[in-house]
Design a protein around this ligand. Structure first.
Ligand SMILES: [Zn+2]
Length: 445
């Protein structure tokens, strides 16, 4: 089985790709439009520089080759949601090509990344009519095309999950990044491939691919032939359905776009630096600080901010082991609340510097960090801690075998957490319970 993905990402620009219409949500259909994005004859599109910069950043993140010059092409087709009758996209000399992106140790080839404009939207009304909304026409997109390197639907989903996190970080994609990313899924069990268009959401990508894998296998087993075609995905029923016989690239009659021109992007590309990707960051943490792969990945995937704080603590205290233990324990447990508060992480490392110097005990440190991270006053944290600690300590005293089991299997901690949850009847957040349990257990190990 071969699977390849085409991922469409809406780029976070303030105006559309070739005109100054806003990219924000419109109150009514056909209000964020102008002669340029409607493709009126005689209008002159002007390239949005930020869209090019985003394209270059993504190309760099995907380790693509970036050409000295790039240009646009017109993809010709008849479709009511494109009043121009063409879509401005990139065919050859796209912003990036021949890249590679890793999931774990497996390399996934990136055929190319291109920037292009989105078409409008059609909506059916009743049996006989459709309405068109051009607000989306001209929105800037990046399309990432992978080689057919995935061997299972689950692997494609895993790739996409990691990719989305990296895309969000690289181009500061706000909001619900998963929904603003749409995917075309190409899959072949035999020789001919089918393309499932416009699937959004990780889960749906895996569902659509799994359905297709089963459908194609059944046809082949029954001695049938798979037609090359474009299919749609019905989210509610979880099935794919035929839309049209698949066209080939040559059917689109690409011609070079004469109104936009050729862009010399070498200098711009050289001047752009990108933030470290999750994968690179995890690899660096594990190399620089001797963390095992699992710990490094967990830290980075929880939040890059958490991993950055870990580095800050190491810098301030010079103690990697201590930094790991607090980052994984109390800090991780309260991270969500802290991240939402927008407070300065340096406050946490300052508390740990005092702990490192022996000025405060570990209990005081724990309470100090918790109080700083959650904004609860020290007295409340202290009372809650004492109460929780009492329940957990009693349970551990009554079941000494747990400590032995913990040494063999760190999942044993879940038993203790389960008990504490039941005992306290929802009075404490699960993150608080986890952090107190872990600290008490660690002190006994
Ligand atoms: Zn416009």
């Amino acid at each position: 089985m071969k699977i390849g993905l085409e991922i469409h990402v809406q780029l976070p620009t303030e105006s559309k790709m070739f005109c100054s219409c806003p990219t924000t949500d419109a109150d009514a259909p056909n209000t964020h439009v102008c002669p340029i994005c409607l493709g009126m004859p005689g209008t002159r599109p002007v390239m949005n520089r930020k869209a090019v910069e985003c394209g270059i950043k993504l190309a760099k993140m995907l380790n693509c080759q970036i050409p000295d010059t790039m240009w646009f092409s017109r993809k010709t087709y008849f479709y009511p949601d494109m009043s121009k009758g063409v879509q401005v996209t990139q065919f050859d000399h796209a912003v990036g090509s021949k890249g590679v992106y890793h999931i774990g140790k497996k390399p996934i080839g990136i055929t190319k990344i291109q920037i292009e404009e989105d078409p409008g939207k059609t909506k059916r009304f009743g049996d006989k009519s459709s309405l068109v909304d051009y607000n989306r026409a001209g929105m800037p997109l990046a399309e990432i095309v992978t080689d057919p390197d995935f061997s299972t639907p689950a692997e494609a989903r895993e790739f996409l999950k990691q990719l989305i996190t990296d895309i969000r970080r690289t181009i500061d994609l706000p909001g619900d990044g998963e929904r603003s990313i749409r995917c075309d899924c190409n899959i072949s069990v035999g020789i001919e491939r089918c393309e499932v268009k416009n699937v959004s959401g990780l889960r749906n990508v895996e569902r659509a691919l799994t359905f297709e894998a089963i459908r194609q296998t059944k046809i082949l087993k029954a001695g049938g032939k798979i037609e090359r075609e474009t299919r749609g995905f019905d989210e509610e029923r979880g099935v794919t359905f035929s839309v049209r016989k698949k066209e080939y690239e040559s059917d689109y009659g690409y011609i070079e776009e004469p109104d936009i021109g050729i862009f010399h992007i070498r200098e711009l590309a050289d001047s752009i630096t990108i933030k470290e990707s999750h994968v690179t960051m995890a690899a660096r943490l594990s190399k620089e600080y001797g963390l095992d792969e699992k710990t490094a990945n967990q830290m980075v995937l929880t939040s890059v901010g958490l991993a950055e704080l870990f580095e800050l603590i190491v810098k301030a205290t010079g103690d990697v082991q201590m930094a790991v233990s607090w980052t994984r324990g109390t800090i991780s447990a309260n991270w969500k609340a802290f991240e939402a508060s927008g407070k300065d992480p340096a406050g946490i490392s300052e508390i740990l510097v005092r702990f490192g110097k022996g000025e405060i005990t570990d209990v005081e440190t724990d309470m100090g960090i918790k109080s700083y991270m959650t904004g609860k006053d020290a007295k409340t944290v202290k009372e809650q801690n004492a109460d929780l600690e009492h329940i957990i300590a009693e349970y551990l005293d009554a079941h000494p075998e747990i400590i032995d089991e913990m040494r063999k299997n760190d999942k044993t901690v879940n038993r203790v957490i389960g008990h504490a949850m039941k005992e306290t009847g929802g009075k404490y957040s699960s993150s608080d319970i986890v952090s107190v349990t872990k600290r008490l257990l660690e002190s006994k190990l």
